[in-house]
Design a protein around this ligand. Sequence first.
Ligand code: TRP
Ligand code: ZN
Length: 873
Amino acid sequence: MRTETPVAVKLAEYKPYPFSIDEVRLEFRLVPASTQVRATLKVTPAGNGPMRLDGESLQLKSIRLAPEGSPLADIGSDAFTADEHGLTLHTPPAGPFLLETVVEISPETNSALSGLYMSGGRFCTQCEAVGFRRITFYPDRPDVMSSFKVRIEAEKAAYPYLLSNGTPGEAGDMDGGWHFAEWDDPHKKPGYLFALCAGDYDVLRDSFTTASGAHVDLGIYVDKGEAPRAAWAMDSLKRSMRWDEETYGREYDLGVFNIVAVRDFNFGAMENKGLNIFNSAYVLADESTATDADFEAIESIVAHEYFHNWTGNRITCRDWFQLCLKEGLTVFRDQNFSADMRSRPVQRIKDVIKLRARQFAEDAGPLAHSVRPDTYASIDNLYTSTVYEKGSELIGMLRRQIGPESFRKGMDIYFERHDGQAVTIEDYYACFEAATGKDFSQFRRWYVQAGTPEITVEENWDAASATLTVKLAQSTRPTNGQPVKKPVPVPLLSALLDGKGGHAAAEGQAAEPFLYVLDRESAELVFKLPAGAPRPLLSLNRDFSAPVRLKRMLSRDDRLALVRAETDPFNTWDGLQALIKEEILTLADGSQTVPDTALVAAIGEAVRGALQDPAFAALLTRLPDVGELFLEREPADAVALAAARRKLQASIAVELAAEIADTLAQASPAPYNPGAEQASVRALRSAFIMLLGGRGDAADMLAELYRNAPNMTEQLSALRALTVSAGPGREEALADFEAQWKSNALVMDKWFSVQAGLGSAEDVRRLVTHPDFDLRNPNRVRSVIAAFAMQNLAAFHAPDGSGYRAVEETILAADKANPALGARLLTAFEQWRLLEPKARAEAEACLRRLVAAGLSPNAMDIAHRALDGDTKG
Ligand code: TRP
Ligand code: ZN
């Protein structure tokens, strides 16, 4: 196999940069095919030795240098060496100096969407993690922080708005129809937070007054004609700003905060100082084009990027190994914001669904890595669910163990102590040690060890002595490169349930939930109850207090009793999920042919009992995704699992027929409001519409629901249900939807993704040749390839390999243009080793064909790890 993966970077090899960059001045002359960038760095050496600057795909035009007090002068070509990855000044001055470089770059041909590129005829940038080096020669690492002054020049008619970080300075007209604008960002920042946008936009403007009375101008820059669709993003922004003041005492620190929406973007959004850049999918929404899920995602991503202003920008990472320092913490903050805006238990359930679907799968496969890894080959591939979502869980466990007051105290110390610095996870935990006097060295194992801990629970009730004995044991399976795991502290929020809706008290304990921390391999808990007391039921890992997999040896009847006795909404939901998982597995392996009537009745009972909290009721109707079930039984047969899942879904639809009919006979709430209350009502309506899709005899009703849908949430639910049901109304609805929305790219992404996510490999082959399929637009590529390969597992992992072949060429082509995108798509193969033999062989063959065909270094890193990864350690 040809190896093109770059050599691994190692945490242990960290060395501070031997120069400080005291100030940066950047001057841009923007032309799509050849933009000129002049960078002037004010440098102070910390020692003596060569100066290394990163630079990629830059055409060097000139390089000049000036020791302090002297004028800039060309340096000889023997004074520096340039290579593919940068430039080395052999003997820079020993004292402070100015360094000026002029380079030319080509935004027009930049299809990687990293650095300066064009999207929809406008200029924009993406510099995290290592895109700044594609703009100018610079020490492109997060621990080199500097203040930036920027001057942008461009043709005025084509690019009327010229934006960068900080606050605007001088602006004016130039000769030849050009104009310029200057921006000044006084806050020291690393290059990865630099941003520039230029073009014509519509602008939604608003303002915010901070708690201490400072005025902030807010602007959201969008496609012409779209400004009204940015209203929800603006509203979310103002609520985020207030929330960070109220929850963490953090105010915004500049007079301007801008958001720019771009169509072509590799991720959700980017937290550039004072100039966030967003994937337009997470800015634009109204009731007719966006679903409640879209509104919810916008709210949380706007908050996430805004919260980075403190956790990420003012305090940043020393190196990219510390990525979770900003991402895990910021996800934790945005999840809590969403919980405060909506329902906390519903938010928790949704966060856990996402964690289990993505992070547990990652942790169980060859791409498993720790939250703070100590080596990586490609930094772009470290933006993972483990770093983000598990990183957030670790902060949640910290907070739960020390309590909200100590947590806030530690955060205050962190903001106070490290403002303006680039720091490490150790620095972060030192703040909590200062706040509590506790030692977190064992807790920090969570950052070092990959894999999801499994907790086995054995319960024994002795009626004679009224004693419940609980044996707990933890273990973590070996992961790539980590054969031996040590115990981690597992905070288990627990309670004894009395079976009557309340809690039981053991001797010496109150009748209320308690936190038990399992900090060793195994432990035994003994609960002595008053003589003659009935057996209490044990509620464990309430609110999903630890990101672990619980293995409980309980019968179906015990589990049902536990669900009925639960007092924790998360566990009520999760108890049912566990039962449903078991049921699907049993149906899939053929040991049972029809769904258990008692279980179906219990689901019906739970849903009926929750109708006054419709969002929660909707979650109770949810069936685990096929991918989640992969982790439960090996080898995994995606086709059998999907069929079993459909069977159970159909039974639930029959069980709830009356409620479904009742609910859908009512009108959808009007006038439309995207807030939590109405969204909750629509969540249940949508869940019921999806259940109808599983019945196979509801085509007429679905067609009518589709035709009369008053908003996109219900229109899309009906379209999905019709697509699943594969009945006569399917083609008609899909054609109607396309005709209605063909000029709205974001809505058309949904049209593509419904078919790829619920259709066949044939559908995918057809979709990638559709005239609106665009290899250069990541949203569109993901709407087909990721929807198919990550959500439609029965079709993707078809035993004849047809699913793999349907996406192979598109992945190769996408990767050629955009390595970050190619690598991301390839992660769909991470579970191949878990599959039944036929699909497994086809998946491996496909991976090997991709490698042989030639992948980008980013994609090669994923492919190699997926193929060579020996999960047995
Ligand atoms: N820091 C961004 C975020 O959390 C993530 C991001 C946006 C990103 N664009 C990127 C990461 C490009 C790597 C490459 O919210
Ligand atoms: Zn982030």
